[in-house]
Write a protein that binds this ligand. Structure first.
Ligand code: GLC
Length: 431
């Protein structure tokens, strides 16, 4: 993993948008025809219902701004191959085939850039609709059991067509060039689907040089056969900190795209806690919404974004431009540390029975403040072995009445840079 520009690790929250024709028929994005729950033909017919009649890029961008997010990632093309941008290399685009003739990528990108939100483009390397796509096998290896081959991925007769594949690679490169070249500066390219071919087949590493030629600071996610810049765990929150820069992408309900039948929504409280879990381990959260085919956003998804933003607002200093926090063995909750290392922010998830416990802190405490209310809190320290530099336990006097309705953040200002004791204690041999 390479070093990513600082804006990314400081950004903490991004909004992912899965917008596509799959929103029309209550089916999953691309995978529905891949798994044969709908025929490819019927899947594609959804494009006629992709009206976007109420689509208003400024409204979306306002909502994203209000969520507190610093970047967004938009599906310019999913595995179904339907481009949401005006492409001259294919007829399969919403611009050419759907009732909505405008370039959605352009409208949306212009709107978010106006609001100082960084621009991220999702682009699927896979294109299950392109005639030249399913022409080779991963790594060029013909599988022994051809009956297990999915016809959208590779040929089912064992015969590879290298020329067709070369055409596809060029086509993909051309479209990536459009995405990176036609909409002003793109900050982040979010690839998906690298798993169906090898690095060599995708044309790596040369392809990466080509992409970076549009913007040398372009960040590319990890779904790039080992050539990406940061990790993208998905749906299952990491328990161990991923190495290097990372971002956890997650849906609000179970689906990436809009599915009216999916009512399995996470609560605002759960989303906030997940967000805290990510920043506690130095990561970002990329929270997904799936707009409806008329261009509006489900009110439950909207409410989550607004609620998240309302929580973030009074807690900004504990979130942005901070580093990962202390281990759970010191504090049973999330935390972050200011860049100068002299302030520790504790994320208290539940209302305390009595007080909040912080172990292993070597520094003297200057002040403790409940961030959203400004209320100062007292604390007591019990135990410790000062002559062996083993600190006592700090008990912070937070009452349930002082708590925020979601996550309460305590600002603990320290004397000097934070220092934590990590040993296993001693026998006190002299008193
Ligand atoms: C998966 C899926 C895809 C989804 C993506 C988001 O890899 O292939 O449907 O868009 O994850 O992270």
């Amino acid at each position: 993993m390479t070093q990513v520009p600082e804006w990314f690790t400081n950004a903490k929250l991004g909004i992912f948008i899965h917008f596509g024709i799959y929103a029309v028929g209550d089916v999953s994005e691309s995978w529905s025809f891949y798994h044969n729950t709908i025929s490819h033909e019927d899947y594609m017919k959804q494009i006629d219902g992709f009206t976007c009649e109420k689509f208003d890029a400024d409204k979306w961008a306002d909502l994203i701004k209000k969520s507190g997010a610093k970047y967004s990632v938009f599906t310019t093309k999913h595995h179904d191959g339907v481009a949401l941008f005006d492409t001259k290399y294919s007829d399969l685009s919403t611009v050419k085939k759907s009732p909505y003739k405008n370039d959605i990528v352009k409208e949306f990108t212009d709107a978010i850039r106006k609001r100082d939100i960084r621009v991220g483009m999702y682009y699927s390397l896979i294109d299950w609709s392109h005639p030249d796509y399913a022409t080779v096998y991963e790594n060029g290896k013909v599988p022994e059991d051809l009956s297990a081959v999915n016809k959208y991925t590779s040929p089912t007769d064992g015969k590879q067509d290298e020329e067709a594949w070369a055409r596809f690679v060029q086509f993909n490169r051309n479209q990536m060039g459009e995405v990176l070249g036609n909409y002003g500066k793109v900050d982040l390219l979010w690839f998906d689907g690298d798993w169906e071919r090898s690095a060599e087949q995708w044309g790596l590493p040369e392809l990466k040089d080509y992409l970076k030629s549009f913007n040398k600071d372009l960040i590319i996610n990890s779904r790039f056969c080992g050539y990406g810049d940061y990790k993208t765990p998905e749906q299952g929150i990491p328990i161990t900190r991923p190495e290097g820069a990372w971002e956890f992408c997650t849906t609000i309900n179970r689906s990436w795209g809009y599915r009216p039948s999916d009512n399995h929504y996470k609560t605002l409280n759960q989303i906030i806690r997940m967000f805290c879990d990510c920043i506690h381990m130095g990561g970002n959260m990329l929270l997904d919404i799936g707009p409806k085919p008329d261009g509006t956003i489900d009110e439950r998804q909207e409410a989550i974004l607004l609620g998240l933003g309302e929580w973030i607002e009074p807690h900004k200093e504990a979130i942005f431009d901070t580093d990962e926090g202390i281990m759970h063995r010191y504090f049973l909750g999330g935390s972050t540390i200011s860049k100068d290392k002299q302030t520790l922010y504790l994320f208290v998830y539940d209302k305390p029975e009595e007080s909040v416990c912080l172990k292993g802190l070597c520094n003297k405490i200057k002040d403790i403040t409940v961030l959203h209310s400004g209320k100062k809190l007292g604390h007591v320290i019990h135990g410790g072995v000062p002559w062996f530099n083993i600190p006592g336990t700090t008990w912070i006097e937070l009452t349930p009445e002082d708590c925020h309705e979601h996550v309460t953040v305590l600002k603990v200002e320290l004397e000097g840079e934070i220092e934590m004791y990590g040993g296993s204690g001693v026998v006190v041999s002299h008193n």
